[in-house]
Write a protein that binds this ligand. Sequence first.
Ligand code: SF4
Length: 264
Amino acid sequence: MAAADNGTGNGLFPSSEMEEAGRRPLTPEQADKLPHIHRLLLGYYGQPKRREPRDPLTQLIYSMMASRTKTEASEAALRDLQRAFQAGPGNWEPVRDAAVRDIERAIALVTFPEQKAERIKLLLNQISARVGELTLEFLHKYRTDKIRSWLEQFEGVGPQVSAAVVNFSTLRRRALVIDANHLRVIQRLCVVPRGNAELTEERLMRLVPETWDAEMLDEDHMLVKLHAQTLCVFSDPKCEGCPLLKICPSGQRNMAELQLTAPQ
Ligand code: SF4
């Protein structure tokens, strides 16, 4: 059974009214949409383990490696990279100065290690040239939007990576990391109209309660990602036992199709 995503709108905002809705106060239903999903996921999966934030540069290196790679493999690759070059937080110069092929060998567990090795080396060199030293600690002084646009000037750093750096690292700023897992769940739930990760983050942030701080946004991301990897998987989502079925148009469609095709 494949989940049929609804690309035409959502249960909260007609697509054409979404931008306008961003400038209007939210209705009580809109304001409770994300907290409601959060409560249901929390009730089903329990409290996720709190993250130990990394320094911003280590988080940036990790996030550059992590795309399209399972979390365990990315974590192992970061450990391998640190071990191979005696590098780590506050000391990434040995990786910057290493040969691309040696970096590639150290991060062999991630997808596309050759491309990622080249980008990491280039990035570390560019940061050294711009900042005068290899650190991102100075970012603590800046506003979140300034930090994200500064990071996104580098090749390979898009909104997903910049959101991860500001939210997951010791910068601990408000941002929602919309990776492929998070995007899939949000699109199936039709929370906001379909769009790319950047647009989806922008639209979701309008629904995020003011009271949700960086840690809460991180927790929300962890719950949605866990759900995407457990029940709301890419093909054949397990809608029948899903705690979100009652509020999920795609899941209800899937269940209706199942009933139609079941032998009488
Ligand atoms: S019901 Fe649950 S598992 Fe099924 S598509 Fe919706 S969120 Fe995903």
